[in-house]
Design a protein around this ligand. Structure first.
Ligand code: ZN
Ligand code: ZN
Length: 404
């Protein structure tokens, strides 16, 4: 009887699997890693952006795992995230550090998430196409807290009172901190930018391992439909490695990656699709062929020492939307532009081009006319690089008959 009591109390304290501290740490890492992959592959890339298809078995595994480890409802997560993309950095963005403050999003990002997730209008408008089957409506949505209670019982049973509580606590804070805090906070505040979309998104670090590739948030905001989040040769997206593995097993199909500039858009519809899909490629070409070239070849050398600015910085500032440039940088840039009319011209043309490309309210038919007009104005400047770029853009958006 006494022996039985010892066994029960040992089971209660140490669980079915008697783990060392190191083994418990490894368990935490593996379990939270599965959760991270479920968020990035299933919730984010598959559900919110439809950039890949998943086999029903894989899709359901991820959904079940997220119910067990996070208590998040797919429709709520997807709706809040789509709203973030649609209203990014405005007062309607559910979690912009520019508006809410970096500390509020980093340490308590889950609060603004919850208030948006409870709004029926947000769910209705942005939550379309998410799971709507029997198990979703009868279990996962109405009893979303049941999963994490079940997970607590499993952790306590496997690792005992102390180990189980620690493993469960780590699982519970992992996603609220890394997804709601780090990605939504630091991903719009700290890091480097490959592209200049009209928001403050950044790549936190180039190696997307710990958060499964979500670290590459600037790449994602630039090409939000792409299943692959890495762009440069030195960047790494672990989530995409899992997607490729699932593809090899016939369990996933990639629908979209970063668009390449097509050379054969012949109808007006094809040209308008090209502009919508490749607008960031078009703007980025302006950076490389006009801004970079002029800053490196046509600006007097003493300007850089006088204003204590490098060529690289000046190129970046000329390409960035002014509302995402720190005030002191903008003041310095404006000072430089006053003395450099060529730089000022290419800066103003870049601003007009971005405005046109990101204008969602303009009618499609008017967009082509406006870009053609921009090209005409650019050619009048008699700045060689700008003329060449405008010629390229004019040909890109012209119908076959007009190109000849
Ligand atoms: Zn974002
Ligand atoms: Zn997204």
């Amino acid at each position: 009887m006494k022996k039985m009591g010892v066994i029960v109390s040992n089971l209660f304290l140490w669980g079915l699997v008697n783990c060392s501290v190191l083994s418990l740490m490894a368990v935490c890492l593996v379990l939270t890693h599965i959760t991270i992959i479920s968020v990035t592959v299933f919730l984010h890339r598959h559900q919110a952006h439809r950039s890949l298809e998943l086999a029903p078995s894989v899709s359901h595994f991820f959904r079940f795992w997220l119910w067990l480890t996070t208590g998040m409802v797919t429709k709520e997560w997807v709706a809040v995230h789509r709203k973030h993309h649609a209203k990014v950095e405005t007062e309607h963005d559910p979690h912009s550090p520019i508006h809410f403050g970096i500390h509020n999003i980093l340490w308590a990002g889950v609060r603004p998430y919850r208030s948006s997730a409870k709004c029926s209008e947000v769910l209705e408008k942005y939550g379309q196409g998410t799971p709507n089957d029997l198990i979703e409506n009868r279990l996962y949505t109405p009893y979303h807290f049941l999963g994490i209670i079940l997970m607590l019982c499993i952790d306590l049973g496997l690792f005992g009172l102390v180990g189980g509580t620690i493993v469960w606590a780590v699982q519970m804070v992992w996603i609220p901190f890394f997804a709601a805090g780090v990605i939504n906070g630091l991903g719009h505040y700290f890091g480097y930018r490959n592209f200049e979309p009209p928001d403050a998104s950044t790549n936190i670090i180039p190696w997307g391992i710990l958060i499964g590739g979500e670290e590459l948030h600037n790449n994602h905001h630039t090409y939000s439909d792409s299943a692959k989040l890495s762009v440069k040769w030195f960047e790494f997206d672990l989530g995409y490695v899992y997607i490729k593995m699932l593809c090899c097993l016939g369990l996933a199909k990639i629908k979209r990656t970063i668009p390449l500039m097509p050379s054969d858009a012949d109808t007006e519809h094809q040209i308008l699709t090209l502009i919508t899909k490749c607008k960031m490629n078009i703007i980025d070409r302006y950076r490389k062929e006009v801004i970079y070239h002029l800053v490196h070849n046509s600006v007097p050398k003493d300007l850089f020492s006088r204003h204590r600015i490098s060529r690289h910085q000046l190129s970046r500032w000329l390409h960035r939307e002014s509302n995402f440039l720190a005030k002191y940088k903008l003041t310095k840039l404006e000072k430089i532009l006053k003395t450099q009319p060529i730089l000022n011209t290419i800066y103003q043309h870049r601003k007009q081009l971005s405005k046109l490309m990101h204008n969602n309210k303009i009618k499609k038919s008017e967009l082509l006319l406006s870009i053609q007009d921009w090209c005409r104005q650019a050619r009048k400047t008699e700045i060689k690089q700008l003329e060449e770029y405008s010629q390229w853009l004019h040909e890109l958006i012209s119908l076959n008959s007009q190109r000849l």
